[in-house]
Design a protein around this ligand. Sequence first.
Ligand code: SF4
Length: 225
Amino acid sequence: MKEMTWIVDVVTGALTVEGLSDGDFARLASDLLPHPQHVNCARPVGVPPIKDKVTTSSSAGEDERLRIFRIYHHSVVEGPGRRSVVQFSGCDRRCKGCHAFEAFAIDSGALLCIAEVVEMLLATDGEPRDGVTILGGEPFLQPDGLAVLMRELKKRDQHITLYSGYTIEELRARPEPGVHEALALADILIDGPFVASLTSGANEWRGSTNQRIIYHPADYQTEGS
Ligand code: SF4
């Protein structure tokens, strides 16, 4: 039996299909639907990385900077509903088969003021949105800036889905205050590395079945706790 997911964006009418090869799609729906476009894990295609630049800003977060690879809107598979997404630069896990390989280098993307990241995420061309998703790269490589960004987003009533290639147990063992503040501010944490052999049945939001969808990670009880 083959599992597939069909997602209709109720605002744009766009249809996203997961779990079908090009050939399967053509056999099933080519007489009904236009030629499909690949959307790597349902993020919009063709969104270029941010070019390196150092910005200035006079609003909240002006002293804090983050290395950011890409920002895009209207993702429907990286957390609940429609999301504006920020992809952090840098990942030291290098999971085999990870689609975010372009963002592996810590000096990829651009160094941005957090105020500008907030502004870009909440830009009107991303509306309507159900929240913001933070992924990587590995967001916890920049824990202090991550926490400041999440604080600013929470001040603006944003629902936050946060991805990490580390498990919540690994993150909780880290000493940096920013790691713990970020875990406390997240509405959803999707944790753990991508494992290419465990993609079957991962369903929505996750790349592989080892990853966990943890609602309110601040309240998550680990075994023995
Ligand atoms: S931790 Fe995430 S971003 Fe990093 S290699 Fe693994 S899947 Fe890719």
